[in-house]
Design a protein around this ligand. Structure first.
Ligand code: ADP
Length: 713
């Protein structure tokens, strides 16, 4: 082959070669030139478009970095706000060391102020370096509108820049409210100097020649990537109404340094009225675009460079988030609580984003084990999964929630945990970013259980005198009847019928004692922790069956009108049944007092509002006289004849139903008495069955990898 082609070229005539060369010069070179010019022009146009995209991208990633910095301050203040010391009865001063450690670790300081705006008073402060404690309580960090916003929204607020009373220098505060029953108890202010934000802007790796700044709600420059000392506190001239730019708009305007520039603007998520601006003076834009070498470079590597830069900036943003979590980890290392951050969807899906290393010390299990998906589900008492489900779904719905549940410690024992959960932000898909704090309250729980038992004993002690009195009468009657019966038998007949009457009386009186003992027994046995999801229909059926002979004998017609589907309630069936027997029994007694009534209905209805279920039992036996209506729940209060009523039925029903988390009330209504038993609804069955143990049951096969369900510390 080589030989053949060599021979051909060797034979190419000289004029043919010249013609080929002329063709190349006349056609190919001009074509290449035109293609080159078109390509260069296109690359310039592309450069301009890319340049704008680059500024916008830089503004977006800078805003992301500032947002994640504010988020870390907000998370730290939120964690403090969940502390039990700030709950009613807690000692806020016990939070001093933790607040100081948070301030030092994150480069700011923490001021916890009371919720009363008329008496600004510092509860605790970690003094910043060079700062001094003021002699008098300093004026408030928060102004009145900010304070109102805290109460109305219940959400954290980032303040505008202000002069800090402690240092005399400029400062910004992230304020997190601690609300109780709708009013402001405390405000946790995480205060930091704006200089730290300027440093953050410098670290962002802006495009060459570009500048970045952050302005607050009053358009004060809070941070600037260059010459912050000259510009911080000045009012930005670009008074552009928010409507002029969407989330990311480009605006040509005059910067504070007097140069006409192209601005990319971004809003911040955690400080709604703040703006991040990244801009480039127009003269440097033109200079850059006309430099031919740069143009060629841009034509070749524009998109790749842009992509790389975007990836780099996103990575920087992520690194910031990771650094914030690492900082949080150091702060929380010795905390006797588990802190976690998870994204949770209303259907129970969960992706955990953070689990404090303190989880190991609290639960006894290695942190790496706990980090595995499903670890917390496996360790939680299966009977209490519902409490945990409620805990976080409530937080998702209402913003915050607290609850208790049991989990297995590494030493094999059950530990009681109290979880406080707060929703930090909600996404459009209904999911929420929850931050939670779980503490081991086993000791507190044991003491409380013991106290409850002790309280019951005290109450029992108080009523023991009453019981002794109540039992004395039937016992005396029994003794007397037994004696009379024996005497009557000695004179047989007609002694037998007299003796039969006496023995019947003995039976009745003994029965009365048994009723009193039953009530007291039930009272002693009831424990809140025994409440379980429970369908009321079978309990009601059982109670009606037990009373059937009596109802029939008294000619009472019971109308039961329950909706087709009723949600299960949290309760103890024997307690609910006893309460129903008491109320129905009282209605029978009331009809007995009114022999003239021919029609004797008892109407039982049920209704719910989603959170509670109301069971109403109404008779038409004349009702309860107004002057005794307020006393029917008092122990030993009875209007019945001696030997007929104990006066314990309603008082013990009320005590036990209240202990289950419910209530009983009474009204006169429609010619009779109406008793309403209200009980808390157990979690909806769909949530309960699909989400309680989804990991262990292997449900939700469609969930993305790395996600787990309801896995909460
Ligand atoms: P007891 O039934 O032993 O008297 P309870 O505590 O059950 O004790 O009831 C207290 C009192 O409440 C009754 O004595 C009666 O006066 C009144 N009461 C309860 N239910 C009704 C009712 N349905 N109609 C009228 N009065 C009632």
């Amino acid at each position: 082959m080589t030989g053949l082609s060599g021979a051909r070229w060797g034979r190419l005539p000289a004029d043919q070669f010249r013609r080929a060369l002329t063709l190349l010069v006349l056609v190919a070179l001009p074509t290449a030139l035109v293609v080159g010019i078109v390509a260069a022009a296109q690359s310039l146009a592309a450069y301009r478009a890319n340049f704008e995209a680059r500024l916008q991208e830089a503004a977006r990633t800078t805003a992301l970095a500032v947002d994640s910095r504010l988020a870390s301050y907000r998370a730290a203040a939120t964690v403090l706000s969940l502390a039990p010391e700030l709950q009613p009865g807690g000692d806020p001063t016990a939070l001093y060391p933790q607040a100081r450690a948070v301030g030092e670790a994150l480069g700011g300081w923490v001021v916890i102020s009371t919720g009363d705006p008329t008496r600004p008073q510092i509860v605790n402060t970690a003094v910043p370096p060079g700062g001094r404690l003021p002699e008098r309580p300093p004026p408030e960090v928060l102004n009145a509108p900010d304070r109102r916003a805290l109460v109305v929204s219940g959400q954290p607020v980032v303040t505008d820049m202000f002069i800090a009373p402690l240092t005399g220098g400029r400062a910004i505060a992230v304020a997190v409210p601690v609300l109780h029953a709708g009013s402001l108890r405390f405000v946790i202010n995480f205060v930091f100097e704006p200089a730290s934000l300027s440093r953050l802007l410098v670290e962002q790796g802006l495009p060459p020649g570009a500048l970045a700044a952050v302005t607050d709600g009053r358009l004060q420059v809070v941070a600037r990537s260059a010459d912050p000392e000259h510009y911080i506190g000045r009012i930005a001239p670009a008074r552009m109404p928010a409507s002029e730019f969407s989330d990311h708009g480009m605006v040509a305007s005059v910067a504070l340094d007097g140069r006409t520039s192209l601005f990319a603007l971004q809003k911040l998520r955690f400080a709604g009225s703040w703006r991040v601006a990244v801009w480039m003076p127009l003269d440097s834009v033109a200079a850059a675009a006309t430099r031919p070498v740069q143009r060629l470079l841009i034509a070749g590597a524009g998109i790749a460079a842009l992509l790389l830069m975007a990836i780099g900036l996103v990575w920087l943003g992520r690194r910031d988030e990771r650094a914030a979590y690492a900082q949080l980890d150091r702060v929380l290392a010795d905390l006797p609580a588990v802190i976690w951050v998870s994204r949770v969807w209303p259907d129970g899906r969960l992706v955990r984003q953070y689990l404090s290393r303190s989880a190991a010390a609290v639960t006894g299990w290695p942190w790496r084990t706990l980090r595995q998906p499903g670890a917390f589900v496996a360790l939680t008492d299966p009977a209490m999964m519902q409490e945990r489900t409620t805990l976080f779904l409530d937080a998702l719905r209402n913003g915050r929630s607290t609850g208790t549940y049991r989990m297995r410690h590494a030493d094999g024992s059950w530990r009681w945990m109290r979880g406080s959960v707060m929703c930090m932000e909600r996404a459009a898909d209904g999911s929420g970013l929850l931050v939670g704090c779980s503490t081991d309250i086993t000791e507190e729980h044991t003491v409380r259980e013991r106290l409850q038992q002790a309280e019951k004993l005290a109450v029992l002690g108080e009523i023991a005198t009453g019981i002794a009195h109540e039992m004395n009468q039937p016992l005396a009657a029994i003794a007397m009847a037994a004696e009379n019966g024996a005497r009557a038998l000695a004179h047989a007949p007609p002694g037998i019928s007299a003796a039969t009457a006496k023995f019947r009386r003995i039976g009745e009186q003994a029965h009365r004692i048994a009723t009193i003992v039953d009530h007291i027994n039930l009272f002693g046995r009831t424990r809140t922790s025994e409440a379980k999801p429970l369908d009321i229909a079978p309990v009601l059926r059982e109670a009606l069956q037990r009373l059937a002979p009596r109802l029939e004998a008294d000619g009472i017609a019971v109308e039961v009108e329950l909706p087709a589907t009723l949600p299960p309630v949290m309760g103890i069936s024997v307690v609910l049944e006893q309460a129903l027997l008491n109320i129905l029994g009282n209605a029978c007694d009331a009809y007995r007092e009114r022999p003239e009534r021919a029609v004797r209905p008892i109407r039982i209805t049920a209704s719910g509002d989603g959170d509670t279920l109301r069971l109403s039992i109404a008779d038409q036996a004349g009702g309860i006289p107004e002057d005794v209506l307020g006393r029917v729940f008092d122990p030993f209060f009875t209007t019945k004849d001696v030997g007929k009523g104990t006066g314990l039925g309603l008082s013990i029903s009320l005590a036990t139903v209240t202990e289950m988390g419910g209530s009983i009330t009474v009204h006169n209504d429609g010619g009779g008495a109406r008793f309403d038993i209200v009980l808390p609804v157990a979690l909806r069955p769909d949530v309960a069955t699909e989400s309680v143990h989804p990991v262990s049951r292997g449900q939700h096969a469609g969930a993305p990898a790395g996600e787990s369900h309801l896995e909460f510390p």
